[in-house]
Design a protein around this ligand. Sequence first.
Ligand code: NAG
Ligand code: NAG
Ligand code: NAG
Ligand code: NAG
Ligand code: NAG
Ligand code: NAG
Ligand code: NAG
Ligand code: NAG
Length: 530
Amino acid sequence: MVGVSHILLALAAVTSAAPSASSGSTCKKVQHDFPKGTNKNDPRAEAVKQAYAREWHEYSKYAFPNDELLPLTHNYTDDLFGWGASVVDGIDTAIIMGLTDVVEQQLKHIASVDFTKSPDIVNFFDINIRYLGGLLSAYDLIKSGRFPNPYDEKLVEALLSQAKSLATAISPVFDTASGLPASTMNLSTGEIMKSTTAVNGTKYNSTNTAQAGTMILEYYRLSDLTGDESFRKNAQKAEKYLINPQPAPAFPGLVGTELNTETGKFITLDGGWEAGVDSFIEYLIKTYIYDPEDDMVEQLKDFWILTVESSKENIALSPYKRPELTFLSQLDENGTIMWSMDDYACFAGGNLLLGGAYLDRPDISELGVKVTDSCHWLYNTTVTGLGPSTIAWYNEHNRAYDKSYNKNATLRSYAAKYGYFIEDPSYRSYPEPLESIWYAYRITGDTRWQDYNWEIFQALNTTRSKSVPYAEITDVNAPYGGDLVNYVSSFYFAEVLKYLYLTFTEPDVVSLDDFVFNTECHPVLKKKAC
Ligand SMILES: *[C@@H]1O[C@H](CO)[C@@H](O)[C@H](O)[C@H]1NC(C)=O
Ligand SMILES: *[C@@H]1O[C@H](CO)[C@@H](O)[C@H](O)[C@H]1NC(C)=O
Ligand SMILES: *[C@@H]1O[C@H](CO)[C@@H](O)[C@H](O)[C@H]1NC(C)=O
Ligand SMILES: *[C@@H]1O[C@H](CO)[C@@H](O)[C@H](O)[C@H]1NC(C)=O
Ligand SMILES: *[C@@H]1O[C@H](CO)[C@@H](O)[C@H](O)[C@H]1NC(C)=O
Ligand SMILES: *[C@@H]1O[C@H](CO)[C@@H](O)[C@H](O)[C@H]1NC(C)=O
Ligand SMILES: *[C@@H]1O[C@H](CO)[C@@H](O)[C@H](O)[C@H]1NC(C)=O
Ligand SMILES: *[C@@H]1O[C@H](CO)[C@@H](O)[C@H](O)[C@H]1NC(C)=O
């Protein structure tokens, strides 16, 4: 393994030394050149908008202004610090859809919240991706002048002042020995709550890679909009540990999930594109696209290329005798390939397509298409048309990571039919395949991707027969999804409905040439738009 790592590092050094096609150009276009009038008045966009209006109505009736709707019991839960997560996460989607009455209600609520107080211990990651992302995106979209804006100017300005006040209130998380942000804190005392991970019998104060490496895009935007550089500096300091990983990961660029917040060192080797690492990789290339002239982003882009090339070499794998499928495997805590993948990793297809287009790397785009097609396959081959939380497969020697799977006749026959088998059959409103399919559509212009997202939207609607459409379900292979889950995640408003809507609306609505999306599907304007 060590020998392989050195060869790959050498290759990566050669690649990153080559001049990038986009350096110097701040206006590199990535979207397909669509003919004028494409998707004009497409009824599928209207159907998605109706789905938002319907679900917002339910949320307003039973849950506003609490965090999330419990659709089966007509109640709510405040599991995201009690500030109205569905409002802040969902406002930019309503802005894009032109639902101005809904947006007015949302703006009024947001201006009234005290984001410096919470009855609960708050989580840094959710604050960044849902709340900060939602506030900055709503601000940028309204200020861009591209959407209807009948709103009170004071309420619009409050979006930015609330973002700054929230980011300032949470900033004590960076007061660790290393500068890596702690994952949780008590807002009223500023006290960091240490989370710990035990490795080889020793407990470490820890955070994970996604937590430490996901705020950089939001913080760059916040610093650029407010002129306060402290946000950018904190993000850069944390990011340095991630792109200079110590000790070396199992494969170059494929860093593990857990870090010691005292030393900045990695304590596990469980790399891949799955939960815990995912949006760290995602933001390497997105921050570069956000501001290609920034001092640090060249290093981020180079690390992204290293991660991608190493993924191709080591973990982009086809199941036994199924060369048409390509999955990205996760690694276990010791860096061993597991021949399994979670739904979260399905974001990779879109991220590879975006980076491949921006950097003029058709080989990377090709991997993006393969991964997106394989994730679509996971949806296309179930009873409900929705995809499972986790899958696994038999490797090139027809063996699984978990030895008990090798003799399991049920799994063997499922894999013989479909190439993979299901480890966790639940579907929790996952946006990632919709996301990658949307990127594939906007970047290639091929309408087959629109067809796929429409099929998934129709599949989401099949639970209507149980009187709650678009519900989360426990089993993608049971009729109507098995049991319904009593929960509407705020990212149903933020991500699921936004990626769907943008798939069917005109391609210049939130163009990828002008906006960069955070990991919760909140678009912010590029520092210099095209
Ligand atoms: C609704 O949820 C609240 C907060 O959890 C709880 O106090 C209340 O009892 C619930 N109401 C019903 C009817 O379940
Ligand atoms: C935050 O700290 C204060 C003061 O110690 C304490 O009263 C409060 O319960 C803490 N909040 C939470 C959610 O634990
Ligand atoms: C973890 O954090 C706690 C609280 O700040 C501290 O007392 C402890 O020494 C830290 N542990 C290590 C191993 O550094
Ligand atoms: C845990 O033990 C393994 C095997 O000895 C070693 O390779 C690894 O570095 C250890 N991890 C930590 C965080 O000490
Ligand atoms: C990782 O290695 C350690 C030390 O050799 C071992 O105790 C542990 O079981 C391994 N973990 C897995 C998932 O194989
Ligand atoms: C699978 O894809 C085909 C072709 O796009 C489509 O006709 C079919 O309805 C899909 N099946 C499911 C379950 O989504
Ligand atoms: C085979 O796998 C299925 C699905 O995970 C499981 O329900 C079943 O118990 C397994 N069968 C055996 C014999 O282990
Ligand atoms: C959802 O299902 C209902 C009932 O079957 C149907 O009337 C409606 O047209 C469906 N919506 C979409 C967008 O397919």
